[in-house]
Every structure is written in structure tokens, then in C-alpha cells.
Design a protein around this ligand. Sequence first.
Ligand code: BG6
Ligand code: MG
Length: 222
Amino acid sequence: MTNHTQSFEQGFLFDLDGVIVDTAKFHFVAWRRMANEIGIDFNEEQNEQLKGVSRRESLLKIAEWGGKSLDEDEIAKYMHLKNEWYLELIETLTPADILPGADLFIKAAKAAGIGIALGSASKNAVPILERIGMLSLFDAIVDGNHVSKSKPDPEVFLKGAEALGCSAQQSIVFEDSVAGIEAAKTASMKSIGIGTEDVLKSADIIVSDLSEITITKALSLL
Ligand code: BG6
Ligand code: MG
């Protein structure tokens, strides 16, 4: 996760998909294709429940929506298939897919001496950050390969704050998912929701993207 001991007074913990990079739409397309394959369909509103959730938990939720029970072999097969389709969709990812303001905001936070961590459920996080040229901005990476519990469990953010050497009270989570905002709350961390008020109502501040918030405004939550 990190190669050295570090200690930041304040930490910003960023989700990846839908906060830093415009990949949430590709997860939706690939999951819907997967669901249709087994005779299930779901809409964008239901998809909000899949955001931030691990690959396995997402598949189990979809199966439940369709009233299907899957054995372990089917679970492994469908998770693999969905990921193959997702990887095809993100093959052409470039820095142009960085969401508005994300790189400037993270660079400004870094320049202000704030610790920067990734807190993502995705097992594809590192190659994606490499492809959009943002990997080196992170002081710590906690992703789907480092956690055993899916958001809304707070594990990913608690590990992120620990890797930065800062307390939960001095950490702010940036999230586009309902599960992620709930995880931040359970971790006793402030949260900034990236999206719309109707979906992310329990976040402390809600903006449509990171170009709409300043470091000063974010820090005013602490
Ligand atoms: C989260 C996404 O960031 O990562 C979810 O919001 C996704 O949609 C989850 O299912 C796991 O991602 P991956 O890349 O490991 O399948
Ligand atoms: Mg997300």
C-alpha cells in the first residue's frame, strides 16, 4: 500500500471510479451486459446501489434482483466475464477521461501538504491511475486488492487514513457512491459527495465535480 512510514496531519481519501475518472459509466454498461446475459435487467437508479461495491457483491446483488441463485463456479465465471468486458471498455482510457477539476484539486491539496490516499473498491485501480497519469500523486493506495470488506464497510478508508498516519477526524472522503458516503460516516470521517443531492444526501458537502470545491472549503469541514 505504501513503502514508507509517513505522517500527515490531514488526509484526503479519494474514491476512483466516478470521482477521479469517468469510469462509472463503463461499470454500468459491463454489469448490464452481464445481467442481460443471465436474463436480468436493471436501471440507472438501481445502479446507484452498485457504485462503490466490490465486484463479487455487485454480482450477488444483481442475481438477487433477478431472483437467481448462483453457485461458486457461476460466480467466478460471471465476475471474470464482466471484468473482461469492463477492461475492453477502458482500453482507450486517456488523461482526457479525468473528471473536471480532479487533477488540479489533488495537485493543490498535495501542494498544501495534505496526504493523498486512494480508497477504492476496484482491483483495476493502479493500471487506471497509470493510464491517466495520476498514480504518482498518491501517497497511499488502498484498493480492492487490500480490503476484505466492501463499502459501506469503512475498512478501505480506515486503512487509507492509517497509511497516511492521520486520524479519522482529520480525514475527508471524496465519494460518488451512497455506499462510500455511508462508509465515511461509519469511519467518523467527513465526506464530500460528488454527484447530486437526491442520491448523496447524507454527505457533508455535495458538488457535481472537483472543480466546484476549493481546498479551503473542504478543510472547513474539519
Ligand atoms: C468501484 C465501482 O469503484 O469498484 C464499482 O464503483 C465496481 O462499480 C468496484 O464494481 C469494483 O471494481 P473492479 O474494477 O475491481 O471490478
Ligand atoms: Mg465511485
